[in-house]
Design a protein around this ligand. Structure first.
Ligand SMILES: NC(=O)c1ccc[n+]([C@@H]2O[C@H](COP(=O)([O-])OP(=O)(O)OC[C@H]3O[C@@H](n4cnc5c(N)ncnc54)[C@H](O)[C@@H]3O)[C@@H](O)[C@H]2O)c1
Length: 322
């Protein structure tokens, strides 16, 4: 079988992570890469044998599947070009950093062989387990947090001209996750403030889902990295199911002092965070022509939620979705 030729544009932390996984995979080869910083591209080339190219277009032309792992605002130009060239495209999150660009990507994705967005948490075992458990019960309400300790690393994470804003950098993951777990959102209200950074860096959001479920969601950019910086608690009838980062899940019922505890701490980070599984799913979609688990429409919906949240904070409006 011919191996799928993977091209990677942006070979920093995430580009390097995907490159290592694809280089080890028997179904793929990392064929070509490009980064504006040659030393980063050369380092990944030494590790994977990939050819260093002079620009992103050359990567798109020479490969079957294009992985775009540049900083946030630099995704759409590349993903649209790759999609319009009929390639399979993997876009790191966020798919776009405004609705106009998200619509353009959604449209271009129709020309792609496959279009998958890097909301890796859908593949993380902890969230797969959570979905399995809550699909067998009725969730009444939920409490969610997704914090960061700083907006300093990588150096561009505090620059809204590059991230599109904190919600696009970090919180967008959880907007996708709550849709994945609880379904579509009917309305939201949000309060935010700028505390440590020159952008809105603390958010408190109240959500109502079409299912009737309601949830609180807080996200702070300047909290700390204390464990767990990410937690989802789902409340059912006399039952709480709680996740802690991608590490573990506790399922506790009624007044029973016993609880079930699941832990994935022995897995590699790539498996615990779902990076390995999302890449396998992408390869499966390329080979079989099947729809990926995280589509361009999912990417669009997460951008829509981020935009709604900023609008709710700025205007005080209650935002309703069709
Ligand atoms: N899914 C996840 O869990 C996860 C985790 C971290 C980052 N990310 C996302 O991955 C993307 C990359 O983040 P990172 O942490 O790897 O950042 P990074 O700074 O480590 O890497 C980005 C790389 O892109 C290069 N670059 C910038 N503009 C370019 C261009 N026009 N063409 C080619 N290369 C270019 C930079 O030189 C850098 O090497 C971001 O969109 C980020 O939001 C996702």
């Amino acid at each position: 079988m011919n191996k799928i030729k993977i091209g990677i544009i942006g070979t920093g932390y995430m580009g390097g992570t995907h490159a290592q996984l694809y280089a080890r995979n028997e179904r793929t080869t990392v064929h070509a890469i490009y980064d504006v910083r040659p030393e980063r591209m050369e380092s990944v080339s030494r590790q994977t044998g990939a050819k260093c190219m002079e620009n992103g277009e050359q990567v798109i032309e020479s490969c079957d599947a294009i992985v775009v792992t540049t900083p946030n605002v630099r995704h759409t130009e590349l993903t649209v070009a790759a999609a319009n060239a009929g390639k399979a495209v993997f876009s790191e999150k966020p798919m776009a950093t405004n609705l106009t660009e998200a619509e353009a990507v959604l449209e271009a994705s129709k020309n792609a062989k496959v279009f998958q967005v890097g909301h890796n948490r859908r593949f993380a075992p902890v969230y797969v387990k959570l979905k399995e458990l809550i699909s067998k019960d009725k969730i009444h309400s939920a409490h969610i947090k997704m914090n960061r300790g700083e907006l300093q690393n990588p150096e561009w994470t505090g620059d809204t001209d590059v991230t599109g804003g904190f919600l696009y950098e970090t919180t967008v993951h959880m907007f996708d996750m709550i849709r994945f777990q609880f379904g579509e959102i009917e309305e939201l209200i949000a309060i935010g403030s700028s505390q440590t950074y020159p952008e809105i860096d603390n958010f408190s959001v109240l959500l109502k889902f079409k299912s009737g479920l309601h949830a609180t969601f807080c996200s702070a950019a300047d909290a700390s990295w204390i464990f767990p910086f990410e937690r989802l608690e789902a409340f059912c009838e006399h039952r709480t199911i709680m996740t802690q980062e991608m590490e573990n899940l506790t399922d506790s019922r009624g007044s029973d002092p016993n609880f079930e505890y699941f832990s994935w701490h022995l897995l590699s980070k790539e498996e615990r965070w779902g990076y390995a599984q999302e890449n396998e799913a992408f390869i499966d979609a390329v080979l079989n022509g099947t729809e990926p688990l995280v589509t361009a429409l999912d990417g669009y919906k997460s951008v829509e939620l981020v935009e709604a949240c900023y609008k709710a904070v700025k205007t005080g409006e209650r935002i309703k979705f069709e």
